[in-house]
Design a protein around this ligand. Structure first.
Ligand SMILES: Cc1ncc(COP(=O)(O)O)c(C=O)c1O
Length: 340
């Protein structure tokens, strides 16, 4: 997630930016206080576009974090299919401001989207909307909160596992998401195998933890016996890839793009081994998925820290969105002299 200080820093470096795109909440359900960030952007008349893919249910209000629409975002997209009962692919696009030119947006939608939309998916979107409305009308959010607290409690009883809370102060945890870590140092990938062997399917695993998505109104809690069995298996499973203590996302908060796109397109590209990529400008985005947070953006200068993290992820066989040559530890970079 992007904290207020980081956003303010980026805005002061680029006060004439055409827009800010934020992901809120992140995949782990961590929600920053968006309002001050949006206010800062609006002071510079910069529109804020929010990818609220994981927060369609925030419209329900407490106990969920504030919806970005309430926080004043200009345009918001939500994957209704992720946390509301809509069919896969079903998403909402909200316009929430006059800073956005509606006609242009409509034009680009018509360019990018199919001219044969799926009526079943659209109907399911309306059902999901009605479902959320009904929860609010019949005041079921208090029951939902109770069930989610109970569910969290069940997992907190698991020996050998710890529930992870957001590290930064001021970050709210979406109660629909639950991150669990091994107390013995297993990676999230190892933990995921143990959960799956026992019929619990995490949404994702990363180096350090698994992420569980809890059901909005599900009452099917895992039996205490199952929780004990999983706890015992965690204890009895030898640690193969202990989760690294120090390696996280590289610490640089605001990175500049050294060249404008028009200049970059005049450069030739070449493939280089990871070992030679630090200091070069990447010609491709590198996105470990999940959680889908770009490690490298195209046009950005590659750092040593990024390369060591990327090497580790490739060694761990993590799925990475990017070119196929990443598996061979090769990256496409720009040659910083114009084509002759
Ligand atoms: C942050 C984020 N944005 C967007 C998407 C894509 O959304 P959709 O699957 O609705 O196209 C995902 C994942 O699927 C995501 O994690």
């Amino acid at each position: 997630h992007i904290l207020y200080e980081t956003a303010k820093d980026a805005i002061s470096q680029y006060p004439h930016a055409n827009g800010i795109v934020l992901t809120y909440p992140n995949y782990y359900g961590h929600a920053v206080d968006l309002k001050p960030i949006i206010e800062e952007a609006h002071q510079h008349d910069i529109p804020v576009l929010v990818d609220e893919a994981h927060g369609a249910h925030f419209v329900l209000g407490h106990p969920f974090p504030q919806s970005s629409l309430k926080a004043g975002a200009d345009v918001v997209v939500q994957s209704a299919h992720k946390t509301l009962p809509a069919m896969t692919m079903g998403s909402y696009l909200h316009m929430n401001s006059r800073r956005i030119n509606r006609d242009r947006l409509t034009y680009y939608l018509s360019v990018l989207q199919s001219s044969s939309p799926s009526y079943p998916i659209m109907a399911s979107l309306d059902i999901a909307r009605a479902y959320a409305e009904d929860i609010m009308k019949t005041n079921r959010t208090a029951d939902i909160e109770k069930e989610l607290i109970n569910m969290r409690e069940v997992f907190s009883q698991m020996n050998g596992a710890e529930i992870v809370e957001p590290a930064d102060a001021g970050i709210q945890q979406d109660p629909l998401k639950l991150s669990v870590r091994s107390a013995y140092g297993h990676s999230g990938f190892e933990l995921k195998s143990i959960f799956e062997a026992n019929g619990i399917h995490p949404e994702l695993a990363d180096e350090r933890q698994v992420l569980l998505v809890l059901p909005l109104e599900g009452k099917n809690k895992p039996a205490p016996e199952l929780i004990r069995t999983i706890g015992k298996e965690i204890k009895d499973t030898a640690v193969q890839h202990d989760h690294p203590a120090g390696i996280g996302i590289p610490s640089e908060k605001v990175t500049a793009v050294p060249y404008r796109k028009s200049k970059l397109s005049a450069f030739k590209k070449e493939s280089v081994p990871f070992a030679e990529a630090a200091g070069r400008i990447s010609a491709e985005p590198v996105i470990p998925y999940p959680p889908g947070i770009p490690l490298i953006m195209a046009g950005e200068r590659i750092t040593k820290e990024t390369i060591s993290l990327l090497t580790r992820l490739v060694d761990l066989n993590v799925h990475i969105q990017g070119s196929n040559q990443l598996k061979q530890k090769q990256l496409t970079v720009y040659i910083e002299e114009e084509k002759s």
